[in-house]
Design a protein around this ligand. Structure first.
Ligand SMILES: [Zn+2]
Length: 670
């Protein structure tokens, strides 16, 4: 199987500004542009052991050289080689059209799990990294990151403990992959009688399959179940769909989750730490569980009032809707989206379903590209290249020059935006190649989402910008080493650039660009932007209270000995005003906590503190290209080459603070 580099068709289709380019515009040299190799199941199975052995052999060669000098560059080359094969395979495990390829890819990613630990348990490699001289700031940071990885792999422990840590890490990695696959592959549906679909838009109904009895089949992907919970008037039907969604993953996933918690706890103890939170957080910005708990306590007290106010407003609306006294009505979790939407319509005349006409899906993508183009001084050129589904699009990313002719080639992005059976069911950015200036290597990323083809709501437009923020973090990075490229940053910082970019979906100044990419779309007026703002603020108490519950649950699981995974969730939900819904098992699909967000879910809100604070660097001018380029240089290009505090301070010219975040979660931010 040969990689597809050089076999691209090279046809220029469309430039984000709407300008068609001639087919003879500059193209990146084939050696610079990386294209996704589309391996089939048999090829993945055949190549997987070969590639794994190749990586191991490369590390063995590195062990033969006792001199410290050159170790970082050597490591960088091997990391790049491993990524070249396994990152695309990982994407295929989540997006390949046929199930056999997804399964083969998943098995291959599992087979690569030992590589996360093995090299970092090598005393010879450890001695080389430790023996390195100081070098410049970038080398110092990479050396420090590597030393921490050695420590986390147990290099300082006796051989038997080290061996156990390797086994634990491999088992956790394999279970996490299986867990996500169980969620992705879940085929649960809910059959809804035609009379129970009152309130559903015609487009939505037309797109649904029916069973033999003529019932409407509600699948549990976002574009199907979210509109249902938002619009269906029949409470019992909403309840059934809500419960089915919150059973995804099933009891088998609860068992897998419990096993992972036990393994993490055992591992922390092997290192002499009291629990996994203490072990893991020492590498994060927060540093200690106490710092996280303190932050979460502040969040909790800031959102309490707003949550109670939102719930009372929705309860009153439910009573009015049902024509019953408020005292007789209880608001349930399956009511939240429905009554939130009704109130947004009646109070602010914002109808999420109608907004899809303002934000057609393809045009929303063009809008996002246009924003990035203006703000960061880049150009996107669509290319017809081999791709894994006809839904996928690909763009070359170039430096924008004053002449309008694309300048330096920066990288490539794939966009896979719509649901398919067996596909990853959330929205995420997948790195495919990390940048390395030392290797002349250009980054590539894929954005995987599950958007509605009919157009986007307010939330969905923000989700698109959020994930695109991650993609830009990857594709605009210019790091020396691949292991520091793009989103390889502290995980309580990784969301900050994405959360910041959501802001561009909220202001008239930026939304006005929609007219450029879609002159025929109904335009969002300044007065409507104000109503959108008010509509977004409604429900913010319930929203952040939920985020607090997730983060508090995560900390509960990883602090002290692990509790029973479902019961711990039930306890937290039951203590909240909306309570626990019998028969639901949210932890069975809470993939974040199986992967990189373990003892790290708080990081969403922690990052948002920085994301919202960084907005002040734009001085209220969201399209200021000078600020945009400054941000690109200070934050995006740097990836993980410096500690995040340092990057944010260099961009803001002051220490970051939580003012904007706490104003946001109490609905007081403009
Ligand atoms: Zn994100």
């Amino acid at each position: 199987m040969s990689p597809l580099n050089g076999t691209l068709l090279g046809t220029v289709v469309f430039l984000a500004s709407g300008v068609l380019l001639a087919a003879d515009q500059p193209k990146p040299a084939a050696a610079q542009r990386w294209l996704m190799p589309l391996l089939d199941a048999a090829t993945i199975e055949a190549r997987c052991p070969v590639e794994l052995e190749r990586a191991r052999a490369a590390f063995r060669v590195m062990e033969k050289n006792p001199a410290p000098a050159g170790i970082l560059a050597e490591w960088n080359r091997v990391s790049a080689m491993v990524q070249n094969f396994i990152y695309p395979v990982y994407l295929q495990a989540n997006t390949a059209v046929d199930a056999a390829t997804r399964e083969a890819a998943l098995k291959c990613v599992e087979a690569f799990a030992p590589l996360e630990t093995e090299p970092f348990q090598s005393e010879k490699l450890y001695a080389r990294v430790r023996g390195l001289g100081p070098g410049d700031a970038t080398d110092r940071q990479y050396r420090q990151d590597q030393l921490e990885a050695f420590e986390d792999a147990g290099i300082a422990l006796p051989a038997d403990k080290r061996q156990r840590i390797k086994e634990i890490r491999e088992e956790i990695e394999k279970i996490a992959l299986r867990f996500q696959s169980n969620v992705n592959e879940s085929k649960e549906v809910v059959a809804i009688a035609p009379e129970e679909t009152r309130g559903m838009p015609k487009d939505w109904l037309d797109a649904r399959k029916r069973d033999a009895e003529g019932r409407v089949i509600v699948t549990l992907d976002y574009p199907t179940y979210i509109p249902f919970l938002t619009n269906a008037e029949n409470e019992d039907a909403r309840r059934r769909v809500y419960i089915a969604k919150l059973r995804e993953g099933g009891t088998v996933n609860l068992e897998l989750f419990q096993r992972v918690l036990a393994l993490r706890y055992e591992m922390a103890q092997l290192y002499g730490y009291p629990d996994y939170a203490t072990f893991s957080l020492r590498r994060a910005m927060a540093k200690t569980p106490a710092a996280v708990e303190e932050f979460l306590a502040r969040v909790r007290s800031a959102v309490d009032t707003g949550e109670a106010r939102d719930i009372e407003a929705m309860r009153a609306d439910k009573a009015a809707f049902l024509g019953r006294p408020v005292a007789d009505v209880k608001l349930h979790r399956w009511d939240v989206l429905f009554h939130e939407e009704r109130l947004r319509r009646s109070r602010y005349q914002i109808d999420q379903q109608a907004l899809r006409a303002n934000f057609p899906s393809e045009k929303s993508v063009a809008f996002t590209l246009r924003l990035a183009q203006l703000l960061y001084g880049v150009t996107f050129v669509a290319r017809d290249v081999p791709r894994w589904s006809s839904d996928v699009t690909y763009y070359d990313v170039f430096e924008r020059t004053t002449s309008g002719i694309p300048g330096e080639f920066l990288g490539g992005i794939y966009l896979d935006m719509y649901p398919r059976e067996g596909k990853y069911n959330h929205a995420a950015a997948f790195p495919l190649q990390s940048a390395s200036t030392a290797l002349g290597r250009k980054p590539a990323s894929a954005l995987v989402a599950n958007l509605d083809r009919a157009g986007l709501t307010q939330d969905e437009l923000e989700t698109l910008l959020h994930e695109f923020g991650h993609v830009l973090h990857g594709v605009l990075s210019k790091t020396r080493y691949v292991d520091q490229g793009g989103t390889n940053v502290k995980r309580d910082f990784v969301e900050a650039p994405s959360q910041m970019f959501e802001e561009w979906a909220r202001h008239e100044e930026s939304l006005r660009l929609f007219a450029e990419v879609c002159p025929a779309c109904p335009q969002v007026s300044p007065e409507m932007v104000e109503r959108l703002h008010q509509a977004r603020l409604f429900g913010i108490g319930v929203r952040y209270a939920r985020q607090w519950q997730y983060a508090a649950y995560d900390m509960r699981l990883h602090t002290g000995a692990p509790p029973p995974v479902l019961q711990a969730w039930i306890d937290i939900e039951r203590a909240s005003p909306l309570g626990y819904v019998e028969d639901t098992m949210l932890p069975a699909s809470f993939g974040h906590l199986l992967g990189g967000y373990a003892a790290g879910y708080y990081g969403y809100m922690w990052s948002e503190v920085l994301g919202l604070d960084m907005l002040s660097g734009f001085n209220g001018k969201l399209l200021d290209p000078v600020a945009g380029r400054r941000y690109r240089k200070a934050i995006l290009e740097m990836g993980g080459q410096r500690p995040p505090q340092q990057l944010v301070e260099s961009f803001l010219g002051r220490k970051p603070n939580g003012d904007a975040f706490f104003a946001e979660i109490t609905g007081a931010r403009r």
